[in-house]
Design a protein around this ligand. Sequence first.
Ligand code: FAD
Length: 421
Amino acid sequence: MTSIGIVGAGIAGLHLSLLLTQRGVSVTLYAERTPEDQLAGKLSSVVTRFGPTREREQALGVNYWDEPDFGAFCFYVNVLGEYPLAFRGDLSQPAQVVDMRLYHAKLLEDLLDRGVDVVYGSLIADDLTILADSHDLVVVASGRGSLTEIFPKVEEHSPFTEPQRHLFGGLFNGVSYPEPLGVTFAIMPGHGEMSTIPIRSFKGRQSALFCEAAPGGDFEIFATMRYEDDPKAFETLLLEQIKQHAPPIYERINPEEFGLTRPQDLIQGAVTPVVRRGYAQLPSGKWVLALGDAHALNDPCIAQGANAASHAAEVVADAIVDHAIYDEAFCQAVEQQVWVNLGAATAWTNANMMPPPEFTGQLFVAATQSQAVANAVADNFADPQRGWRVMSSADEMSAFLAELGWQPEPAPEHEPEPAVA
Ligand SMILES: Cc1cc2nc3c(=O)[nH]c(=O)nc-3n(C[C@H](O)[C@H](O)[C@H](O)COP(=O)(O)OP(=O)(O)OC[C@H]3O[C@@H](n4cnc5c(N)ncnc54)[C@H](O)[C@@H]3O)c2cc1C
């Protein structure tokens, strides 16, 4: 029987383990942390999982948090500043946000219940050679950890050498949900983007606030300011900045109740995006695959990393089942298949880190005028191949808008110049 070793119990490793187990392949999962460790950890992300990921979870029987009246049913977009606009795009398949500490712990427990062999410990690169001798194939899904350094960086797809945004966010009291329930997104020119997100966490239904702070903007400080030194000062300053720069979000905050739920519910940091080769050869000659963030680490600005990791897990699981030999040719073919979706998610995300080309402004304008366009803009987040295609050229965008029945309004005719006496 084929035996696969999977390193890392984030969404990539967990989904691959579940998919292979469901297909009757023997899996050993090498996890750094037990379910208890996961539950006790710090918040490290706020992951919106879109329709295709949720369908995969249903097929795997791990859709534990499905509640018809709780999820993200739409996106509320507010562009603020000099050229303000606002629209709401409804998702054709609701998205969902669950605290990943609960999510990882539950899926790991589930794998244990399904009889999967789970070995706890933090591996080093040399361990992979030992693992490769005991499995037909090893897949490294260790996220941002140092193990990924065995996979060479792909310069062509890694345009940045430093983070493009400063990140902070957390679970907050005093932030009410919009109705219908959805993710609100405020674009604050010069200061970054701020979202509020309905999330299922330790106390049931809660609210997350997340900011992609622009370097030099007024929110940058919150990515490094030490919350524990003076929680009140942190929260007061944050509230002031939200009031000044993101009024649509401030409107739904009750200042009396506003505050972080617990110190461990705060995220602060930054991501330097990097794409690595999707496979590597060990000194022993065996080949290993990279999966999830270990393959491509993207800034979270457009919510693609975990969704792309889940998608890639399915591609890898199918390929493992369809083949018997896991050599270089196999790894190359898998990388190519994974890259169709992951490459689009990466290119689209990286494009969002740079000043937008002029034609892209048309998309949001069209979304304010046409509900079909607004809904399609929301749905694009669940389909990075379409999302990136639309944003990749003016022609593609025009074709997308025309398909949705939207035409630019004709420019107003000029009044004839008054005759000069
Ligand atoms: C603030 C924030 C918001 C985000 N929002 C979204 C979103 O809305 N939608 C979205 O799709 N994505 C989002 N992302 C990205 C998403 O969180 C990641 O892409 C996703 O979690 C990657 O999953 P992974 O399994 O590859 O890695 P991870 O989740 O990092 O898991 C890696 C696992 O490997 C383990 N590990 C590490 N090193 C070792 C070792 N040496 N030995 C053994 N185990 C090891 C770790 O303990 C961990 O359990 C967000 C990220 C951030 C930071």
